[in-house]
Design a binder for this molecule. Structure first.
Ligand SMILES: [Zn+2]
Length: 145
């Protein structure tokens, strides 16, 4: 028996995030009052508590903030994927996303590694956002204010 892979649940709150991922873009919620990014999506701003928000594209560039390599599958759907990494990626815009680093070996991942988003369609509705390594010079171009 093959276990079904657990997938994110789409809600009214996070729907724009998943719709843009499906279109190959990374879009985050931003507070209309104070301008700060709001991730994960929420009804109220974490800083100023405003409920005014908009969805805006981000660069998809960032660096590995932290990561682990799983050698044991804690869910049967992942038993064929061990060892695999789970990383916290800090976007150049600031928010941190939990994801996987793809396109390199687990022992090549390091804290501070420059990465960019790639889009992995899993179902008609869900496209997962993963990250792959990029050269350092590309990262310098990606820094936005
Ligand atoms: Zn705010």
């Amino acid at each position: 028996m093959t276990a079904e892979r657990p997938l994110p649940e789409i809600t009214d709150q996070n729907r724009p995030f998943w719709e843009s991922a499906r279109a190959g873009r990374l879009t985050l919620q931003r507070c209309r009052n104070c301008g700060r990014w709001r991730y994960p999506p929420a009804r109220h701003c974490y800083w100023c508590l405003s409920d005014e928000a908009e969805w805006a594209p981000v660069s998809g560039r960032g660096t590995v903030y932290s990561f682990v390599v799983f050698h044991q599958a804690f869910h049967p759907a992942f038993k064929d994927q061990v060892p695999y990494n789970v990383a916290v990626v800090e976007l150049v815009e600031g928010p941190r996303l939990v994801s996987n680093i793809v396109g390199c070996r687990n022992d090549e991942v390091y804290v501070g590694m420059p990465v960019e988003a790639v889009y992995e369609p899993v179902t008609d509705e869900i496209t997962l956002i993963k990250f792959r390594p990029v050269e350092v010079w590309e990262r310098a171009d990606a820094v936005v204010d």
